[in-house]
Design a protein around this ligand. Structure first.
Ligand code: FEH
Ligand code: ZN
Ligand code: ZN
Length: 341
């Protein structure tokens, strides 16, 4: 079969002689429909984020059940499913709560398929346990694949602050890319807060308006913080979610988050924040959430089935993986790119 494999730093190759695995026990073999292309892959490919190579990339996957090990129950060949991305031990307390993204044993193993284990940028993918599958009913796996990361990650980040996102409050979303464009829809679908979207290009800000942002600010403007405060007034923004995570966006977030607010850093931009006493409004919680839980992914599927969220995707053949990664590096992907075998 074809597979997009990482052979070393900046060395991604599409091979066509990868073995098609045979599922044992509770394993499931999926025929891949779509594999989303996440910005984190660039940190893996270009920056050596993971201490391992030689595996198939793609941690945002969906497809149809092709074959099952003898222990699998409740599924049949042809079922359309998502692959829950964080693969934990399955038995510790977080894993029992379906929060495998925070598995106690995370430091002892790889993060998941496409993140050290073989992922879904291939014709087929072996999933180590049927517990990691989430049914998508009549959704198309090609379009649904990004729900597993581009939707689940912002959904889980928003849920941390749901109790604060009341109709009289403001939420600032920094970055309207693969995750940010879904965050805007999730905020509209699940909260009453007024949405202020920030990005650095006119087309991204126009896109944000289309997706329901009440206000848009160009975060390159030197007075971006003042523009935001003009909108929020003295109270500022109760929640700030930064999907970029570079020095300037973190600094912007610290300037506009309100007293007792949440500053949630999701983007892996490598930015720094030097804490100083009185440098933040009192009561601010800074968090850096990672992905989401399996039950939250089920909730995301519910929103997609109700057509309350949709992922803006660009489809590419699997064989064009390196072209897509280059377009991602240049910021030329609108929404999310999905590789189709
Ligand atoms: C993957 C690997 C490491 C850090 C973060 C990620 C995210 O893309 C997962 O959603
Ligand atoms: Zn990702
Ligand atoms: Zn665990």
């Amino acid at each position: 079969m074809k597979a997009v494999r990482l052979f070393g730093q900046k060395d991604v190759r599409v091979v066509d002689n990868a073995e098609i695995p045979t599922p044992k026990g509770d394993e499931v073999l999926l025929k891949i429909g779509g594999a989303g292309v996440c910005h984190s892959d660039l940190h893996i490919i270009d920056d050596g984020l993971l201490p391992v190579s030689g595996f198939t990339l793609g941690h945002e996957n969906a497809g149809w059940i092709e074959a099952m090990g003898p222990a699998v129950k409740g599924y049949k060949k042809g079922d359309a499913v998502l692959v829950y991305g964080p693969w934990g031990c399955g038995h510790c307390k977080p894993c029992q709560e379906s929060k495998e993204n925070y598995c106690d044993h995370q430091s002892e193993t790889y993060f998941g398929g496409g993140l050290g284990f073989n992922g879904g940028m291939a014709d087929y993918m072996l999933v180590p346990s049927s517990r990691l599958l989430v049914p998508i009913h009549d959704l198309d796996p090609v379009i649904a694949a990004p729900l597993t990361d581009a939707a689940l990650t912002p959904y889980s980040a928003i849920k941390r602050s749901l109790h604060k996102l009341m109709p009289d409050e403001y939420v600032v979303v920094i970055g309207v890319g693969g995750l940010g464009h879904v965050a805007l829809q999730l905020l509209r679908a699940t909260t009453g807060a007024a949405i202020i979207a920030c990005d650095v290009t006119a087309d991204k800000l126009a896109f944000a308006k289309e997706l329901g942002a009440g206000y848009t600010i160009n975060s390159k403007d030197p007075d971006a913080a003042e523009q935001i405060q003009k909108i929020t007034g003295i109270k500022k923004a109760k929640v700030v979610i930064d999907f970029v995570g570079i020095n300037s966006t973190i600094a912007l977030g610290t300037k506009v988050v309100s007293l007792d607010g949440d500053l949630t850093l999701v983007g892996l931009g490598g930015g720094r924040y030097d804490y100083t006493m009185m440098g933040l409004p009192f009561g601010v919680s800074i968090s850096n959430p990672y992905w989401g839980s399996r039950t939250e992914l089920m909730e995301v599927v519910g929103l997609a089935l109700q057509k309350k969220i949709h992922i803006e995707i660009e489809k590419y053949p699997l064989t064009e993986a390196n072209l897509v990664y280059d377009r991602l590096r240049q910021g030329k992907i609108k929404g999310r790119a999905v590789l189709v075998p």
